[in-house]
Design a protein. Sequence first.
Length: 380
Amino acid sequence: MNKKEILEIRKQLTPVNCAITRICGCYVDHEKTKRMQMKEAFLSMPEEEGFKYFDMLRKTLSGKIGRNLLNLEIPMEEEMPGGAQEFLLRLRDSKLKDDELLNAFYEKVIENYICSGNYYIVLVHAMYDIPGRASDQTELYDASEEVYEHLLCSICPVELSKAGLCYDEEENTITERCREWEVGAPVKGFLFPAFNDRNTDIHAALYYTKKTEELQEQLTQALFGANIPLSAEAQKSVFQKILGNVLENRAGYSIVMDVYDRLYELLEDWKDDPDPVTVGKHELRSILENSGAAEEVAERFEKEYEEFIGRDTLLHVSNLVNPKGITIKTADATISLEPSRMDLVETMDLHGRKCLAVNADGLVEMNGISVLLASGKSEV
C-alpha cells in the first residue's frame, strides 16, 4: 500500500465516513489471562467512546511506510487450506459474530505477542464502498466499483495512570489522585486484506509497529505466516556496514559524500510520488560506480548485498539517510549539513595538515551571537 491508499482508509475512520460495522475487544493481563471481552455494533457505542476508538484506529494507520507501516506478502503455503490466509478470511467473513473464531484469534495474539504488561486487543470489521473515479481522478460516489471488506486490529498497552494530587470538589481539599488503568496508544496492529490499487488484495496485509526496532516477527509469523522485512534501523546499519567493508573504511571523502548526495537526490526527485522510494543492489551499485568507486569495489558491494540483505530485497531510501541531513565527525568536532547544502564542506591540505573547510559566506553565529570572520590569506 502507498500513502494515498492508506490515507483513503484512514478517512473512513471518522464519524462522518464511518465504515466500521462491528467492534470487539479483549483485555489481557500480564499473566496472559483474558480478563474481559466485549463485542458490539460500533454505531451503538456512545459517541464520546466511539471518538476514542476512531483516534486509536487512525494511529494504527499512521507513520512512515517502510518504518512504522510494513507491507507484508502472505506466502503461497499460507494460502492453502488451513493456512493463515484462510483463517483471517473466515474471521473477516464472519463479521466478528463467531465467538469460536474470535477466541482463536485472541489466543494466537496472546501466545505470540511478547509483552510483560497488560494490554488491550481491539479488532474491528469494516465495509468501505469504494467510489469510482473519473478520468481526472475525481471521485464518483454514485459509481461504486467494489466493497472493500476488511479487518483492522490495534494492540494497546494498559498501564496505571501516574500518581499525583488532585482537587476534591466535594471535600474542598487537595488529595491523592486515584490511579486507574489507562489504555494507551497502539504499539502494534494490522490491516487485512491490504488495499492495493484501491482494491481488495487478499495476498497481502499492512502491519503497524510504533517502535521500528521492535517488529515482533513471532507475531507476524503466527498471524500471516510472513517473514518480516528488515527494520528501518537494520536497513541503515547493514547498508553502512557493507559500504564501509567494501571501501575498507578508507573511502575517499568525495565518494561517500557523493553516494549520499545521490540518495538525497532520489528522495527529492520522487517526493511527490505516493509510493516509497526504494533501491536494490543494481541501483546502489550504479550509484557507487558513478560516485567514483572502482569496478572491483562495486562488484564486492553487490556480492555482500546479496549475502547480508538478499538478492531481490529492496531498501527504502528514507531508511538509509537522515532526512535532516548528514553529520561529519572528527576526533574534536562535529559538522551537520542539510541535504541541500552538502557542498558547503570541502577537503584541503593546510600547512601540511588534512582539513575540512566550511564555506562561511553570509551570516555566521557563535552561541547566538553574530560574528565577523577576519579576512586574510593563508597558504594552502
